[in-house]
Structures are given as C-alpha cells and as structure tokens.
Ligand binder design. Structure first.
Ligand SMILES: [Zn+2]
Ligand SMILES: [Zn+2]
Length: 276
C-alpha cells in the first residue's frame, strides 16, 4: 500500500486497494453464488436453510452496499499504511524478530480479538439508535446470500474494520498474517451468509465443534433480526445466553431434511413456533 501511495498518490492508491478488495469479494461470493444458486447440486440443495430464494433486487442491493464497504475497508488500509509509515503500529516484516511460531499464534490472537469485538459491537448495533441508523442495512437480507458478506451501511463498515488498525497498534503482526486473516474472514462471512448448512449432523452437539458457529446460526439471526450474535465462535452467545433456544434443533432439522421442497417452510415454522 505504501508503495502505491508513494508512486501514485493517496486517491489512486485508495481506488486500487478498493478494487482489489471488491474483486476478491466478487470472486469468492460469486463462486459460491454460482454453485449454490445456479448449479444447485442435488447433494447440496437439500441443505438450503430457508426454502425461498431472494429477489434479484435484494441481491443487487447486497452487492451495491458491499461496494461501499470495499471503499471504507480500503480507506482503513490506507490509514493503517500511514500509521505504519510513522511508526505507530507493531507490524513487522523481519520474521526472525518473533520467530515462526508467532505467525500462527498472532493469527489466533487476532481471530479471538476480532470474535470478541464483533460480538459486543454486534450487540450494540442491535440497540437503538444504532440499528435504525446503521445495522438495518445488513438486516434487509432476511434470507442472505453470499453477496451479503460485506453488505453494510458505510458507518457500520467503519465499525467492522476499525478493530484491525487498533489491534495493529499493539499486537505484533506480520503483513502476511493480516492478509491471511482478511482472506479467512471473508471466506467465513461468505459461507456464513451462503444460505446453506455445510457442517455435518451432530456438529452443534459435539463437545468441541459446538463452540464453532454455523451458517444456520447466522441465518437464524437474519431471519429474526435478533439473537445468535456471534461470528466465528459460539463462546459469547453461550456465556451471555443469546443463542436461540432451538438453535441446535433447527440445525439438525436442516441436516435431516430429505429434499429442498420441504426445506425452508419447516425450518421457518420451527423458528417461529419456538420463538413465539
Ligand atoms: Zn449477517
Ligand atoms: Zn445483526
């Protein structure tokens, strides 16, 4: 980023970075959308969490808001590069400074910090006036598609990305770790909004895997616009009692389903009945 700024100036560097972020999103979300919403292989089809498919208008809205998020994320990339240039961050390039072991460890720490930050920021976004001002945009997708992964109000996009430069001020991180994390986070978000449950039956009752969130978990959040607030892990939702009481049951119902036709109706009936 710094090379781009020095060579072409701030605005072209910002635009180039936003283009790369948006292209990355287009490739990842586009691949999953093509597979899940056009090809729809029989094996995967039956794992659709909600029966219905969103309108083209909704999908275009998700893509449009994601384009704005790409501009915000790139702006924060620029801010991070400038902070680093002036020596404010703990970002380092010489691996020998902290050793190879620190690379996966710093990735894990960033992962846990982001998960905790996201949970509490998300709880805040569901409170007035934040929901109406910002988070409502993301919740326009009651039945999200992979394109919803970056569909935020620009102010929410600021809150979503702000934790990265803040963490970089204190936590020593190699640029490679930051890049790997950006890819991983997007893959997780694209899958989480994909509308299909890919994890196997029993996953949410497994003593270890139950701590990992699923697409069903986030899909229920979109359907009801509350509850199930976590991102990667289920720690905070379990500690704070914010999981839907029928989360595990709904997950298993998706996995039990024989065909796409019975799909969303039974799940939505299940969710509405249990939460009524
Ligand atoms: Zn979402
Ligand atoms: Zn929400």
């Amino acid at each position: 980023m710094l090379i781009l700024i020095e060579k072409f100036g701030y605005v072209p560097a910002w635009m180039a970075s936003a283009t790369l972020i948006f292209l990355r999103y287009l490739i990842m979300a586009g691949f999953l959308f093509f597979l899940f919403y056009y090809i729809r292989p029989a094996k995967i089809k039956k794992w659709k969490i909600q029966k219905s498919f969103p309108s083209a208008k909704k999908v275009w809205s998700e893509i449009g808001h994601s384009l704005m998020s790409a501009l915000v994320f790139a702006l924060f990339g620029l801010i991070l590069a400038l902070l680093r240039k002036h020596g404010f961050t703990a970002i380092y390039t010489d691996i020998s400074l902290y050793g190879y072991g620190w690379l996966p460890l710093s990735f894990l720490l960033l992962f846990l910090i982001h998960d905790t930050y996201f949970y509490w920021m998300h709880r805040l976004l569901h409170r007035p006036p934040f929901f109406k001002i910002m988070h409502k945009v993301h919740h326009q997708s009651f039945n999200p598609t992979p394109w919803a992964a970056m569909s935020f109000h620009p102010l929410e996009a600021v809150l979503e990305i702000a934790i990265i430069p803040i963490t970089a001020l204190l936590l020593p991180m190699h640029p490679g770790v930051l890049i790997a994390f950006a890819f991983w986070s997007l893959i997780w978000n694209v899958l989480g909004h994909g509308g299909y449950e890919l994890f196997p039956s029993g996953f949410v009752k497994h003593p270890i895997f139950k701590w990992v969130n699923t697409a069903t978990h986030h899909n229920m959040h979109h359907l009801k616009s509350r509850g199930n607030y976590g991102l990667y892990f289920n720690f905070w939702d379990r500690i704070m009692g914010t999981n839907f009481p029928d989360y595990e049951e709904t997950f298993e119902a998706v996995k039990r389903r024989a065909g796409a036709s019975a799909n969303g109706q039974s799940i939505q009936r299940n969710i509405h009945r249990k939460s009524a």
